[in-house]
Design a protein around this ligand. Structure first.
Ligand code: OAD
Length: 230
């Protein structure tokens, strides 16, 4: 079975109603990254940061996987599939994908500010955390999210996965944020890359087939192309 490695970003979940970051109307037009997605922002105004992620979490809980997520999950019947996502929603898992690595953390999880290993899962009926909500070690709970300026603990595992790709697929990411964007470079030489995005995305990668479509239509097209190519 060919190993298809898929790197996804916010555009993957756009058709599920989850806002992207850098498109016009995206989240980073409404919020400053340094206020809501950095350790310094959390130290300055923790309630603002908790509220920001409480809202993101509630949006994610009501969202449903779109045809793109579902199409990728169905591809497990034909390929070995590995999904590496920058997204913090769980729509790939809910669509049925079995191998999903979250590079930037998970909205449904929160953790102790003192002990990164003390992680708890929230549910739709208890989707918020507030100042004063504590882990068992007595420290404040925080979102289980990788903020700007923090280490990306899953990056090495992601590199190892990309190194074993027969086919690399990139969906709905502006490739602006490192180290995630640098993952493409770990694919073996001449690995075909399929890049699905309705807008232009700049990459220095060779052998790129651009599919200028949204995620749902793009995944359908990808499956057609792969069937014909292999
Ligand atoms: P961006 O918002 O930077 O990019 C979203 C991409 O999705 C753009 O290239 C859009 O053209 C594309 N897009 C929009 N609608 C689409 C659709 N229907 N189908 C497919 N693609 C579509 O989001 P990311 O690249 O994911 O990190 O951002 C990377 C990281 O920056 C995020 O994980 C987040 C953010 O700050 C943290 O918060 C740590």
């Amino acid at each position: 079975m060919k190993h298809v490695v898929v790197l996804t970003g916010a555009g993957m979940s756009a058709e599920s109603g989850i806002a992207t970051f850098r498109d016009s109307g995206g989240l980073w037009e409404q919020y400053k990254i340094e206020d809501v997605a950095t350790p310094e922002g959390f130290a300055r105004n923790p309630q603002l940061v908790l509220d920001f992620y409480n809202q993101r979490r509630k949006d994610a809980f009501v969202a449903r996987p779109n045809e793109g997520h579902i199409g990728l999950a169905q591809m497990e019947a034909e390929y070995k599939m590995s999904i590496i996502t920058q997204n913090v929603d769980d729509l790939h898992e809910r669509a049925g994908s079995s191998r999903v690595l979250h590079l930037h953390g998970e909205l449904a999880k929160v953790r102790s500010t003192a002990n990164p290993g003390l992680i708890y899962e929230l549910t739709p009926d208890k989707a918020e955390i507030h100042l004063g909500d504590k882990a068992e070690d007595g420290s404040q709970l925080r979102p289980h999210i990788v903020w700007f300026g923090e280490a990306v603990p899953m990056i090495e595992e992601a590199m190892n996965i990309v190194q074993t790709a027969d086919i690399l697929v990139v969906i709905g990411t502006s490739l602006n944020v490192y180290p995630a964007a640098g993952l493409l470079q770990y694919a073996p030489t001449r690995t075909p890359v399929y890049l699905i995005d309705p807008n232009e995305v700049r990459t220095s990668q060779s052998y790129v087939h651009f599919i200028r479509k949204g995620a749902s239509e793009g995944v359908r097209e990808l499956r057609r192309l792969l069937r014909n190519a292999l």
